[in-house]
Write a protein that binds this ligand. Structure first.
Ligand code: G6P
Length: 614
């Protein structure tokens, strides 16, 4: 959701900025731009389109300097055009600003500024902020740090969210950043300092970072950094060392990040499991929940809130926790939870699930829950993210950076965490050691079973390509495979732009069946579980209406093969891990269709990986 990179040091700024932006391209990719201090003035280069368009512009019109700010955009106010791309200048043309977030009162501010003679070149809320800071700068010229003072004076007039980086010709070498609601990180190097929306933009240069808090304002130069706060007198910060390197965030030999991340799942699940299973006690353990077993036993209701794929993982969790721990679980879209008055009591535990830990709706829902005095626990991948830091405790996925916009490995890790939670909660209650061991063993075997599915990738590709011409598809599954069907449909929509809907298999007959025709393929998740026969009946209903059927079935099920058009087999596993395993062929199915259609798999149109606006 827009990415920011800023640099002050000794290197060629355009290289640092463009490289950083390409690492952040998952955050938005409709236009990009940068400003660099070239020794005489601030030079601007910006271009609609992907970052390679900006690189081409820079090749034709190079700009030299060691200080600059840059931005990759995901449009909110104003279409993607050269004019609307960031950075934006103030009225004087001496101050440049990049912004991630939404200035909600920009219209009022703009009218006021226009009445004072300000002229705007774009339709963005960001340009209004640039003008406002510029105006405040004129008023703060006598102050000790006039640029920082101007930004503070401007930000108190603003409602909305922002992560910003600002530079001014009168202060070459200095960049000021601030955040509220949109992430901003300081990279600490030797005689060079950085600002970025995400550590992935920085790891090629430094592993030492400071995660800024809301209302922090930071000044960087080649000589150091200084962090202040808009709201607090004392403001402590620590340098955190990032424990992965730039290679973890690169594609390697894979044609797409999505494929790389799908293939990383045996390892990412292993990372989620590591150190968390106890064969001695036949249970799972989590170091970061910050809750005593006694407190955990008192939990009598669980509320899971999340967006997109993370919400589907929460739904898998709902089935598993209710099954193994008998605790009622409700899953709510974060965007809904934050505005409704959901009844909760002191024994309700709230889990906020978010790969990035920055999704605006999830963060707002968590803050609302916490405001009411409830305990909020995070299930996040990104260490140092806002949700991870503001939650009362939580569980990290340890899945490594996920760059492909369509979430894959984070989903299976989140679902595995929920499975382990179900074991943990179950074993704190009635679940016997014998059943606990059965679940534990199934979790331990999951990575190798996933590898077995990945080994059949070529066969899945052949099946998928047959359906690349479909205009629409149905995904069916029962129980915990229903959210897997939802996730499969979401993957297909996101990356191939083929319309897809998911239903619990039996719901088919209550309306959707009207859509069945030879043109509408239906994918049915149909493992040999307790509802196998029921799913078979649903398949018959589709076939009777000449609908093509693809089944995801248990290895060795020859019966189903005779009934359907195509089968994708997955190994036989314990029912508790079956849904997680079934997610893998669905990810590959969507991937291969998107590749066949020539879609931009890692950067699907209109999407961004981390949605930090409401
Ligand atoms: C965006 C992404 C989805 C993702 C959702 C939640 O919409 O495009 O892929 O599932 O945000 O992201 P989070 O980082 O909170 O898991």
């Amino acid at each position: 959701m827009c990415g920011i990179v800023a640099y002050s040091g000794y290197r060629k700024a355009t290289e640092v900025l463009v490289q950083g932006l390409s690492r952040l391209e998952y955050r938005g990719y409709d236009s990009s731009g940068l400003c660099v201090w070239d020794g005489k003035q601030i030079s601007l280069r910006k271009k609609v389109g992907r970052i390679d368009q900006l690189s081409k512009l820079l090749a034709a019109q190079p700009v030299d300097g060691a200080v600059g700010i840059s931005h990759t955009r995901w449009a909110t106010h104003g279409e993607p055009t050269d004019a609307n791309a960031h950075p934006h200048f103030d009225q004087s043309g001496k101050l440049a600003l990049v912004h991630n977030g939404v200035i909600e009162n920009y219209q009022q501010l703009k009218e006021k500024l226009m009445a004072e003679g300000h002229e705007f070149k774009s339709q963005t809320d960001t340009e209004v902020l640039a003008h406002l800071v510029g105006k405040c700068y004129e008023e703060q010229k006598g102050a000790q740090s006039p640029l920082t003072a101007a930004i503070k004076a401007a930000l108190v007039q603003v409602t909305g969210t922002y992560g910003i980086a600002v530079m001014h010709e009168d202060h070459p070498g200095v960049i000021v950043g601030a955040r509220r609601g949109s992430p901003l990180i300081v990279g600490v190097g030797k005689k060079e300092y950085f600002l970025a929306s995400d550590v992935t933009a920085l790891v090629a240069y430094t592993h030492d970072v400071i995660y800024l808090n809301d209302f922090d304002i930071v000044e960087i130069s080649g000589a150091g950094y200084h962090i202040d706060s808009l709201t607090q007198a004392v403001n402590e910060h620590h340098i955190t060392t990032v424990d992965w390197d730039a290679d973890a965030a690169s594609r390697g030999a894979f044609p797409h990040f999505m494929l790389k991340e799908i293939f990383e799942q045996p390892q990412s699940i292993q990372n989620a499991i590591r150190g968390r299973l106890s064969t001695e006690e036949a249970t799972a353990h989590f170091g970061g929940l910050n809750l005593e077993p006694r407190e955990l036993r008192q939990i009598n209701r669980i509320l899971v809130t999340a967006c997109g794929t993370a919400m589907h993982a929460g739904m898998v969790g709902e089935y598993l926790i209710e099954e193994h721990a008998r605790i009622p679980v409700e899953v709510e879209f974060a965007s809904e939870l934050r505005y409704r008055n959901s009844p909760m009591d002191e024994n309700t535990a709230v889990f906020v699930v978010s790969q990035s830990g920055e999704t605006a709706d999830s963060l707002a829902a968590m803050r609302e829950v916490k405001r009411k005095g409830h305990r909020a626990l995070g299930i996040c991948n990104v260490v140092g993210s806002t949700i991870a830091r503001e939650s009362d405790g939580g569980i990290f996925l340890h899945a490594g950076p996920e760059v492909g916009v369509a979430a894959t490995k984070s989903f299976t890790s989140q679902a595995t965490i929920f499975l382990m939670l179900s074991l943990y909660f179950g074993r704190l209650r009635h679940l016997s050691p014998v059943v606990g061991m059965r679940i534990l063993k199934a979790i331990q075997d999951l990575p190798s079973k996933i590898q077995e599915v990945l080994d059949t990738n070529e066969g899945i590709r052949l099946v998928a390509e047959k359906y690349a011409g479909a205009k629409s598809m149905l995904f069916l599954g029962r129980q915990a495979n229903y959210p897997i069907a939802m996730e499969g449909a979401l993957k297909l929509k996101e990356i191939s732009y083929i319309h897809a809907e998911a239903y619990p298999s039996a719901e088919l007959k209550h309306g959707v069946i009207a859509l069945i025709s030879p043109e509408l393929p239906t994918l049915v998740i149909c493992p040999q579980d307790g509802v196998y026969e029921k799913n078979i009946s649903n398949i018959q209903e589709v076939k009777a209406r000449k609908g093509p059927v693809i089944a995801v079935a248990t290895a060795g099920d020859t019966h189903i093969k005779k009934m359907v058009d195509d089968v994708i087999y997955v190994p036989e596993v314990d029912p508790c891990v079956q849904p997680i395993l079934n997610a893998i062929p669905l990810q590959l199915f969507a991937y291969h269709i998107a590749v066949k259609l020539g879609c931009d798999v890692d950067k699907p149109r209109n999407l961004a990986k981390s949605v930090t606006v409401e």
